[in-house]
Design a binder for this molecule. Structure first.
Ligand code: UDP
Ligand code: MG
Length: 331
């Protein structure tokens, strides 16, 4: 029997990245949540095709999530998927909201990197080559920051600004300002996100929570190409509450301090009342101060119960452990 010596690694020569086997072509998944976007889809398709032609060194797949559209969005998406094998369609059983649609897309994506992308082309596709460049250079998360929000109304900009300020103060994570869901995330980040068990999915917060090596690119946000925004003022308000309650318990703690302050003030006032009664005898008037005190404390209690309710409601929903979305069919 002849024994051949096992090859020994030459330890004197340092191993460089070039020595490692070159990976096969890498695949990028683009996840597009669509809710009544039939007017926007033809342009979206053209823009994406242009992008694929430009980035021919990469493979692409597009995961379109139809989030319970009532127009012919689904039909258009399915037609695309039939013609072009890079396009895949996930049809949800009803409208679950953008966060859920995005979660569905992330779960279905198979690429080495995933880019959530709005159907209305408000996220400029021109930025994607730069994102991929940063990713190839080693970034695990490439954020796209809007430098100019003049396309959004005054109220939307101001309220967004306030939201970020409050969030920074109240919560344990820091949300990068003016960064939406448009970003590139590496497969390792996607896998971590998929493991997060919560059902209330405030994606911006979850993205920030997982961390990883992050690079930020600046861009100018376009106006909506077609169709109208799906986020009304009320929806945005609820979205903001979601943002606070998902990552902060400060609103809960706040009421303990209000309580302590109230109790101390009451104690002082009680002393004054007792002393005054002892010195000057029984004091009958006091109707106004009594009423004001009762009403004021009563409202405070209602507000604090309301805040408790926000959290308990969330605990209740999480405890039910229902899925984040339901898929009717894949195309
Ligand atoms: N969207 C969704 N489900 C919803 C609402 C919106 O999938 O319930 C999608 C919508 O089709 C779009 C993206 O989320 O692709 C962003 O929505 P929109 O442009 O209306 O938001 P805005 O840009 O005004 O914040
Ligand atoms: Mg939009």
């Amino acid at each position: 029997m002849v024994l051949t010596p096992t090859p020994v690694m030459n330890l004197e020569q340092p191993v460089t990245l070039q020595d490692l086997p070159v990976a096969v072509r890498r695949k990028v998944s683009i996840v597009v949540p669509c809710h009544n976007e039939s007017e926007a889809i033809p342009e979206l398709h053209t823009a994406l095709l242009g992008l694929f032609a430009q980035l021919s060194a990469y493979d692409f797949e597009v995961i379109c999530v139809d989030d319970g559209s009532s127009d012919d969005t689904l039909l258009q998406l399915v037609t695309l998927a039939r013609r072009d094998r890079r396009f895949h369609v996930i049809e949800l059983s009803r409208n679950f909201g953008k966060e859920s649609a995005l979660t569905a897309g992330l779960n279905e994506a198979t690429g080495d990197a995933v880019i959530p992308f709005d159907a209305d082309l408000q996220d400029p596709p021109e930025l994607i080559p730069r994102m991929i460049e940063e990713w190839a250079a080693g970034a695990e998360v490439v954020l796209a920051r809007r430098v100019d929000r003049t396309q959004d109304g005054f109220l939307k900009r101001k309220s967004a600004e306030l939201f970020y300020q409050f969030h920074e103060k109240l919560s344990t994570i820091s949300l990068p300002e003016n960064v939406g869901d448009f970003r590139l995330i590496d497969r390792i980040v996607v896998d971590v996100l998929k493991q997060l068990p919560e059902h209330h999915r405030f994606m911006k917060g979850l993205f920030a929570w997982v961390g990883f090596r992050t690079v930020t690119l600046d861009y100018k946000r376009n106006a909506r190409a077609r169709g109208t925004t799906k986020f009304s003022g009320w929806k945005l308000w609820n979205f903001a509450i979601e943002g606070f309650t998902s990552f902060s318990t400060a609103p809960l703690k706040f009421w303990s301090y209000v309580g302590i302050l109230g109790a101390l003030t009451t104690l002082l006032y009680a002393l004054v009342v007792v002393l005054r009664t002892l010195i000057y005898g029984v004091d009958v008037p006091g109707y106004a101060s009594l009423l004001v005190a009762i009403l004021f404390i009563g409202s405070l209690q209602l507000i604090s119960v309301g805040v408790l309710g926000e959290y308990i409601g969330r605990i209740y929903m999480e405890a039910k452990n229902r899925p984040v979305y339901v898929i009717r069919k894949r195309y």
